[in-house]
Structures are given as C-alpha cells and as structure tokens.
Design a protein around this ligand. Structure first.
Ligand SMILES: N[C@@H](CCC(=O)N[C@@H](CS)C(=O)NCC(=O)O)C(=O)O
Length: 273
C-alpha cells in the first residue's frame, strides 16, 4: 500500500515532482494524505515521526518511510518496470542523476527564493509567515525565507536564484541543441518530472520568458512537457494562465522588470563559461 503525504497546491514544487512521476508511471492506487503548510500540519507530532525535518512530501510504502522528493520519484520508478523513467545504461544513469542533483541543490533553492520574494512577500499576510517561522527547524531555510521577505529584491538569495536558473537553462539549451526531445534523449525521464514543477512556478509568476526568450530549444522542450497529461493534472488556480490577478501572476508582474535587470547584471558581472 502506498500512502503519500503531500501538498495540493499549484506551487508545491516538491509534491508536484511526485504527483507527476506517479501519473507518468500510471500508478493511481495510492492513498492521499493532504497537508496544509500555513496550518502548520508539517509540525504535528505524528507527521514529525515520519519526517523529522518537517518537510513535505513523504511516501509510506508497506511500512517503509521514503523521504526527499527526488528519492521518492526514483523509488516509484523502481516499483514498476513500464514506462521506465531512467535509462538502462549506467553512464546515462549517472548523467541523469547529475541533472537531478543539480535540480535538488540549486533548482529547489532558486525556485523557493523567487516564490518567497514574490507570492509569499506580496500576497501572504506577514503574521502568518511569522507564526510559521517560529517552528522551522532548518536555519538555512529560515534565513532564506526571511531574507527574501524582509529584503525583497535586494536579498542576495534573489541574485543567486536568477543565476541558478540562467546556468540551468543555458545547460539545457546546449543539451537540447541536437534536436533531442528530452534532456536524456529520446526517453522522457525523471529529469523532466523533477524539473518541470520548478519551471512551472516561473511560468505561474510569468517570469519564465526572461530566461527563455533567446532559447528556442528550451522553449520547444517546455511546450512538449506542458502538454503532457501528467503536467496538466497538477493543481492550478482557476484561470491561472489567463487571469492577471491570480496570486502568482500579480506578484510576478510587480517584479518582472527588476528581475530582468538583475539577470542582465548577473550576465555582465559573473563570468559566463
Ligand atoms: N529536499 C526536500 C525539500 C522538501 C520541501 O522543502 N518541501 C517544502 C514544500 S515544497 C516544505 O515542506 N516546506 C515546509 C516549510 O516551509 O515549513 C524534498 O525534496 O523533499
């Protein structure tokens, strides 16, 4: 029996990695356990027993507790053979893991920082954030979130986030320049299911074009990801793509020009190898 503790929110980047992987694998016999972060469900003692970091998602499979979204996705891929979301060749598997490691390390931080400096800073009542911060056990996370909310676009985390996405999209553009449909080649893999939910947040903020304007191969890749049922099934605000007053769209629009300027600053001041 599979039980998934997750967030059912349009920008729940780590939960969406798992939901997209489950859908791609065609696994639908799992039990949903929905948590709400702003209600501080992640700090309840029974959840902390499963995930002492107070983070979501967590998968429980036949009594085994699996944490960390990319590890959960990998685990799910191993449960059923078809469709395989990892290549067979060991070297290709190593390249796949390099992409996912990079996404775990820098993609996660970058997306979370941009989400905090926009939606959380501009749309979520400050008292709610302050209450939540009283319990966050991870000092890196606490400092990042507070810096983005209190310092806004001057937070050093914002330039790091802009640079992280610049580096990632540059690498993607080069990889896809031989015409391959997916990052690993002909096979749709965990690289897509673990990166798409992060890119989705940039799209919801309407900031994605800032990086993709001159990157036709990443644009083509993104269009192919976004029409997949596994992506379309992810939670959305009603009318998100058309409604300029949707929370992310509104918050992203308020900073789009400045983010563009910061990207130019990054490109001209940090060596581009
Ligand atoms: N490295 C973890 C990160 C999980 C994570 O940070 N999840 C966020 C939601 S996207 C969370 O639980 N945040 C708790 C909080 O901010 O209090 C993973 O990939 O599963």
């Amino acid at each position: 029996m599979l039980k998934l503790y997750y967030l059912e929110e349009a920008d729940s980047i780590c939960s969406n990695r798992v939901l997209m992987t489950l859908a791609e694998k065609g696994i639908d016999d799992w039990i949903p356990q929905n948590l709400v972060l702003l209600n501080r469900d992640q700090f309840k003692p029974e959840y902390l027993k499963l995930n002492p970091k107070a983070q979501v998602p967590t998968l429980v499979h036949d009594g085994n507790v699996i944490r960390e979204s990319s590890i959960i996705c990998d685990y799910l891929d191993d449960l059923t053979p078809d469709p395989a979301l990892k290549p067979k060749d060991p070297a290709d598997r190593a390249y796949l893991r390099e992409w996912i490691k990079d996404s775990d390390e820098s993609g996660y931080q970058a997306t979370a920082s941009l989400n905090f400096v926009t939606k959380f800073r501009l749309e979520v009542p400050r008292e709610q954030l302050v209450e939540r911060w009283k319990k966050v056990p991870d000092i890196d996370r606490l400092h990042r979130q507070q810096s983005c909310v209190f310092e806004g676009l001057k937070s050093p985390y914002v330039l790091r986030a802009i640079g992280a996405w610049e580096r990632t999209f540059k690498k993607m553009e080069e990889t896809l320049s031989d015409g391959r449909p997916w990052i690993m080649g002909e096979q749709f893999t965990l690289v897509e299911t673990t990166s798409a939910p992060f890119v989705k947040v940039l799209e919801m903020l309407r900031l994605l074009d800032i990086w993709l304007d001159d990157r036709p191969n990443v644009q083509r890749w993104w269009e192919s990801v976004a029409v997949r049922q596994s992506y379309k099934d992810l939670e959305e605000y009603p009318g998100q793509s058309e409604d300029d007053d949707a929370p992310h769209a509104k918050a992203g629009a308020a900073v789009a020009n400045k983010i563009g300027e910061l990207l130019e600053h990054y490109r001209t001041t940090i060596p581009q190898l």
